[in-house]
Design a protein around this ligand. Structure first.
Ligand code: HEC
Length: 138
């Protein structure tokens, strides 16, 4: 009896711990896609600061270039990992995004100050920053 009650509790806890955050994350991802007016919250900035590309070389280049603007409030740069900022831009397609990153675009400086970034690395950095919580690819 007692054991069964414990099992039942753990099952509902499992739902709370595992499924609920997934449901919330999906709801956020979906609402981010539907509304390009969604503004990042404090938690989104904190997450952006902690995200790094898994490749070491790419992470180093990211840390000395893109991170300075794409994780910072008030820079007007689309926030790393925040789909609400990236979704309308992704619609332009990767060739356009790459061209804008390479040549500069409004307040976005040419090559994002990463002069030794190849086009492939720029594309990988764009894919990394525009992926929502490292879950959705581009
Ligand atoms: C000095 C600040 C700064 C740095 C450094 C920077 N960016 Fe940006 N970036 C911006 C701003 C501001 C925008 C938004 C421009 C706009 O749409 O007004 C932007 C926009 C972009 C866009 C979207 C362009 C579009 O067509 O919508 C891409 C892609 C991008 N940056 C990639 C990068 C990459 C990759 C790096 C690092 C190699 C980087 N940026 C470094 C400021 C920066």
């Amino acid at each position: 009896m007692e054991k069964r009650a414990w099992l039942d509790t753990s099952k509902s806890k499992r739902f709370q711990l595992i499924l609920y955050p997934l449901v919330v994350a999906n709801a956020i991802a979906i609402s981010g896609c539907e509304s390009s007016n969604a503004k990042p919250l404090e938690a989104d900035y904190r997450r952006a600061e902690s995200l790094r590309p898994s490749d070491t070389t790419l992470a180093q280049k990211y840390e000395r270039s893109c991170i300075a603007c794409h994780t910072v409030k008030g820079s007007n740069a689309p926030l790393a990992g925040f789909s609400g900022d990236w979704h309308p831009r992704i619609k332009q397609g990767m060739p356009t995004l790459l061209e804008h990153a390479r040549n500069g675009f409004k307040a976005m400086p040419a090559r994002g100050y990463c002069n030794d970034c190849s086009d492939e690395e720029l594309s990988a950095l764009i894919a990394f920053m525009s992926a929502s919580q490292s879950k959705e690819g581009v």
